[in-house]
Design a binder for this molecule. Sequence first.
Ligand SMILES: [Zn+2]
Length: 252
Amino acid sequence: MTTEPMSAEQRERYDRQIRLPTVTEAGQQTLLDARVLVIGVGGLGSPVAIYLAAAGIGHLVLSDFDIVESSNLQRQIIHTEHTVGQLKVDSAKQFIASLSPNTQVTTIDHELTDGELIEQVELADVVVDCVDNFPSRFELNRVCTKMKKPLVSGAAIRQEGQISTYDSRDKNSPCYQCLYPDVGLESVTCAMEGVLAPVVGIIGTMQAQETINVLLGRPALVGTLLLLDAQYLEWQRMKLPKNPNCPTCSET
Ligand SMILES: [Zn+2]
């Protein structure tokens, strides 16, 4: 983690955040010094990457091995007509470069697994789960739990979404597997079921906010699951208890 004092340009750019008593110059410096790992640069990862870059996160590591297709553009707002056919991580990197010189972007354009996943999770201050399938979520959850890294997890399909934070630094925090004990769950995908554009925007933007909350030491969703019904714009807030028999996060 590099700690370079803020420049006059940065002070001006982030003025509206620095004014907040919950951020201040010290908090903005924390954001500039932060390294965030974003797994998946699709519907959720797009607003996550855009808002984190805009807010001045110093280093984003983007992991995705997919190519931008025209059917992505309906909701994956970091990609454009001009980047169809390119790797999503390259497309996202170009967008962020046009937005801000203050965010360094590292791209990973192959499946992040095993030792490399462990290494990247260890280097990150926060991990943001923007993947679209259960096996990847379970693996990410296992690694984050083991490495004691906070995981801000979001999901969206049809007109429904959910978000929670799993932070194994907090011994009372549940993990993703406490919520879904059955690791054999079959994935239903947006390709099969469809998804309305703003739903991924709402959940992804909430993930960006919660990532900043975590970086500033005030996570809002540890042990809490928010469920969105976008058709009626209704939120449900549920307590998410830790499963004492969870094979991933229980002590035994
Ligand atoms: Zn658990």
